[in-house]
Write a protein that binds this ligand. Structure first.
Ligand SMILES: [Ca+2]
Ligand SMILES: [Ca+2]
Ligand SMILES: [Ca+2]
Ligand SMILES: [Ca+2]
Length: 522
């Protein structure tokens, strides 16, 4: 990002030199200020006319031209003095350099006071309130500061904050079609509560774990229309124009006796534990467009070098050679979803490893959980991912230097619970992962205190727990993660688990897991 910012800044400086400074300086300054105002005004207008929410983030020139033609921006500027909030610097510069004539025409016709609050330029904040006639000298001064700031700061990041979340909503329902029915119905209380949580936290991209995959129902459309478009409990509606869903391994019969109970065909003999195909599936919702996807549902566990193959206590293999060669690593699926955020790619690496429990001394689920997590660790570590092959037959891991976020219910606590030692440590200790922000909540700390039991023996910080389990056998655990790559700037993180008396406290019980979010600058 900062490369192109700096390139543009240099270009402007060269133009200044070539053209005799003053006209270009003034043009650029006016465009910079007006660009911010136009972005804010178009946002407000689009919101009013209930158009595509994406236009709020990045109105294109056609949208701006149309809105300006209709006189709506002028009306907003005149009526309210539009408050430009977070402004994408690159976009403003694009307007400034590409559409200067339009912008100057607009600003002249709008006249009067134009206000730009907190235009964020790298680390440099400008607040200005300027009358647009007779400010040439001030404008030149400000522009010089802006350009120097662009050229001198080590980063030239945009001010756009992107919130990425993961939420195991526990909507893996008892029978096939049940979730589809609830989605069509529009009055399912659990879905209303889940919608309210999304409306309160307002993630830009969210992975929902345990959302049954049913290709016969347009689940994303029903979820948007019947639940998210309705303000739940006074919250503002939210809309996700983009989504990704695909088949999962849960409930897909392997034809083999995977759980070793001497019979075939039960939920434990599916490629991932489940009573019907699609149970405990995944759904990703996004406000940003999805550019490409890879899935690794069929990747064979045996193809992972030094895989943790389950063994019995006498050292013999739990799975026959024939079964081992067929086993799929992913208990649901592993997806690499490349989104585009203001022209910049971001990979969401989504998964939901098996719980390490419900097995025997061979620890087949614990070992699978460890290797499901290791899959992403290898995927983002250059050559370590050489063995990986996707469902389309393409080999290799993530491109060097690509930005990513690994999200999901990992079913592995760093200190407590039944996961294999260091299962989540494979990622938390990786230099490729930014772990500066540990999501915590006051609800988690309070719940561990009040429930007691095994929570009292846990080594991990109770405030970081994300799941509320039986306190006699398990206790509350930190299982859900949103892990950004180390190149990403994290500006905040949290868990939606309000303590007693805080807004939304009763909602937390909708699932045994809580929503976890991270804000990154993009
Ligand atoms: Ca069986
Ligand atoms: Ca186990
Ligand atoms: Ca508990
Ligand atoms: Ca705990």
């Amino acid at each position: 990002m900062f490369q192109s910012c700096k390139r543009i800044a240099w270009q402007v400086l060269f133009q200044l030199a070539a053209l005799g400074l003053k006209p270009v300086l003034v043009t650029f300054q006016l465009a910079l200020e007006t660009g911010a105002v136009v972005v804010g005004a178009v946002g407000a207008v689009v919101e009013e006319t209930d158009e595509h929410a994406d236009a709020l983030e990045k109105p294109d020139r056609q949208t701006i031209a149309r809105v300006m033609q209709d006189g709506l921006v002028e009306r907003h500027v005149a009526m309210q003095g539009v408050r430009a909030q977070t402004v994408d610097l690159q976009h403003v510069i694009h307007l400034a350099t590409g559409a200067a004539d339009e912008l100057i025409h607009f600003i002249e016709s709008a006249g009067g006071l134009v206000r730009t609050d907190d235009l964020d330029v790298g680390h440099f904040q400008i607040s200005c309130l300027s009358r647009l006639t007779g400010v040439y000298h001030t404008a030149m001064f400000r522009l010089a500061v802006v350009l120097i700031a662009l050229l001198l700061t080590s980063s030239c990041e945009s001010a756009a904050t992107v919130r990425v979340a993961t939420f195991n909503i526990a909507m893996g329902l008892k029978s096939e079609g049940q979730l589809g029915q609830a989605l069509k119905d529009g009055r399912a209380e659990k879905l209303q509560q889940i919608a309210e949580i999304l409306q309160r936290v307002r993630p830009d991209i969210v992975l929902l774990n345990e959302f049954d995959y049913d290709p016969s129902v347009d689940a994303p459309a029903f979820l948007n229309e019947h639940y998210l478009a309705q303000g739940q409990n006074g919250q503002a509606a939210i809309n996700y124009p983009y989504h990704f869903r695909a088949p999962v391994n849960t409930g897909v019969d392997s034809g083999r006796d995977l759980d070793g109970d001497g019979e075939t065909g039960g939920p434990g003999d599916s490629w991932g534990f489940g009573h019907f195909p699609g149970q405990y599936g995944m759904l990703v919702l996004s406000r940003y467009p999805l550019k490409s996807s890879r899935s690794f549902r069929e990747f064979r566990w045996a193809n992972m070098p030094a895989a943790l193959r389950p063994t019995l206590t006498d050292g013999s293999d739990f799975y026959s050679e024939e079964t081992w060669e067929l086993l799929r690593l992913s208990s649901k699926s592993h997806w690499d979803l490349q989104f585009e955020i203001d022209g910049k790619p971001l990979h969401l690496l989504a998964h939901h490893p098996t719980p390490p429990v419900f097995d025997g001394p061979e620890d087949r689920n614990g070992r699978r959980n460890f290797d499901e997590i290791r899959f992403w660790r290898d995927y983002v570590h250059g050559d370590d991912g050489h063995y990986i092959i996707d469902d389309q037959g393409q080999p290799g891991g993530l491109a060097e230097g690509a930005s990513f976020i690994i999200a999901g219910d990992f079913n592995a606590d760093p200190m407590d619970g039944d996961a294999v030692d260091n299962a989540i440590g494979q990622l938390l200790q990786s230099p490729r992962i930014n772990t500066h922000c540990t999501p915590v909540s006051s609800g988690a700390a309070e719940t561990a205190r009040s429930q007691g039991g095994l929570n009292d023996t846990h080594k991990g910080d109770p405030a970081a727990d994300t799941a509320d389990f039986n306190d006699e056998y398990t206790g509350n655990l930190r299982l859900d993660y949103v892990l950004p790559s180390s190149d990403l700037v994290v500006s905040g993180c949290g868990v939606f688990w309000p303590a007693a008396g805080q807004a939304g406290h009763a909602l937390a019980q909708v699932s045994d897991h809580r929503l976890v979010w991270v804000d990154i600058k993009r």
